[in-house]
Ligand binder design. Structure first.
Ligand SMILES: NC(=O)c1ccc[n+]([C@@H]2O[C@H](COP(=O)([O-])OP(=O)(O)OC[C@H]3O[C@@H](n4cnc5c(N)ncnc54)[C@H](OP(=O)(O)O)[C@@H]3O)[C@@H](O)[C@H]2O)c1
Length: 328
């Protein structure tokens, strides 16, 4: 149900540091199709329908000229978290996020004509393991102190907290700041979360995981891009904002709905222990699936944002339809 691109009132200059990845491609395509001027800052420039410019995420360079006079900066840079949390990977995950955010702070604070708004990636993972109640921006509790929580969960929470602290550390009076506490973005592109869950379903392994009572927060790619567009336009909104569909659901219901959409009647449930073993061999971590994420986009809803896909059943139907259309 992709909405047809409408010509923008005034084309914006939008700069996306780290915009070459999964989320960046969703945003770059969305804004470019709406007639905005998109520049992706990347360590390896490539050919795309939008401009791609070299930066190293570490040092000031000619790339800073692209932020001078820009309307919007959306920073997504950071080493992928889809890996084993070895000491070296932890250093890279943490360092890449803090370093790039701090670098942008020093650059943006010094520009003559800085971007009007800067949205920095954060994550819904910042909230505690929440099997009991929803977490919104006001009443939600940040994690890191849960008794018995795995060390990997605490690491991710520390990254998220320090990432937001680094973002808000430098005052930028001429640039509004929004920390995007995003849930997992689901899109029908190969290699991302939707493909991983769908592949499990299609090989008969799509039962509930780790007991299935933990909650899953998610957002359809179209709503993610529309929420970012909304946040750019709404000059009264700043600070941390949850970007997640308003109806998180249990892992059991999440997987059952996915099976239904793929017309696969049964799926083998995977207990936590098997998940740990599988994750070890797939060189990833189980946190993505076993931690209960029950995040509510209270500030977006209060501001009047309307989700195109508030329910997983509608989102998944659309994603499967897009996937099948691509494969035909
Ligand atoms: N995907 C989700 O559902 C989700 C949910 C919540 C939060 N987030 C956060 O949102 C951001 C974007 O997510 P994504 O899924 O698009 O991630 P991604 O596909 O891994 O893309 C991140 C980009 O960061 C750049 N990068 C990697 N290591 C870097 C380094 N050491 N220094 C500078 N740049 C580096 C890479 O660009 P180049 O190689 O081109 O330089 C890469 O394309 C991430 O920070 C992620 O933690 C994502």
């Amino acid at each position: 149900m992709a909405s047809s691109p409408a010509a923008p009132v005034r084309p914006l200059r939008i700069v996306l540091p780290g915009g070459s990845g999964q989320v960046g491609q969703v945003l770059a395509r969305h804004f470019q199709q709406r007639g905005h001027h998109v520049t992706v800052l990347t360590r390896g420039p490539y050919t795309a329908p939008w401009q791609t410019v070299h930066w190293d995420g570490d040092q000031i360079g000619p790339w800073t000229e692209h932020l001078e006079g820009a309307d919007v900066c959306i920073n997504l840079a950071g080493r992928s978290v889809n890996c084993r949390y070895t000491a070296a990977n932890r250093r890279a995950i943490y360092g890449s996020r803090i370093r790039t955010t701090s670098l942008l702070n020093s650059v943006i604070a010094a520009l003559a004509d800085p971007p009007k708004v800067w949205l920095n990636a954060s994550t819904a993972t910042i909230y505690r393991h929440a099997p009991d109640r929803p977490m919104d921006e006001k009443t939600g509790q940040l994690g890191g102190h849960e008794a018995g929580a795995p060390d990997t969960w605490n690491f991710s929470i520390r990254v998220a907290k320090d990432w937001e602290s680094a973002f808000f550390a430098t005052p930028t009076p001429r640039t509004r700041k929004v920390a995007m506490r995003s849930a997992i973005t689901f899109s029908p592109a190969p290699g991302n979360a939707f493909a991983i869950f769908s592949n499990l379903v299609r090989v008969g392994m799509g039962g509930s995981q780790g007991g299935g009572r933990q909650f899953v927060s998610w957002i359809h790619e179209s709503d993610f891009a529309r929420a970012v567009e909304f946040l750019i336009a709404r000059e009264d909104l700043d600070g941390p904002i949850n970007i997640a569909a308003p109806h998180p659901l249990t892992n059991r219901d999440f997987m059952a709905t996915l099976r239904e959409a793929w017309e696969v009647p049964n799926g083998l449930p995977i207990p936590s222990l098997f998940m740990e073993v599988g994750a070890f061999f797939l060189r990833t971590e189980t946190e993505l699936v076993l931690k209960s994420r029950r995040v509510i986009p209270a500030r977006l809803l209060q501001a009047g944002f309307q989700f195109e896909f508030p329910y997983w059943s509608d989102a998944v139907e659309d994603l499967v339809r897009q996937w099948r259309r691509r494969d035909d």
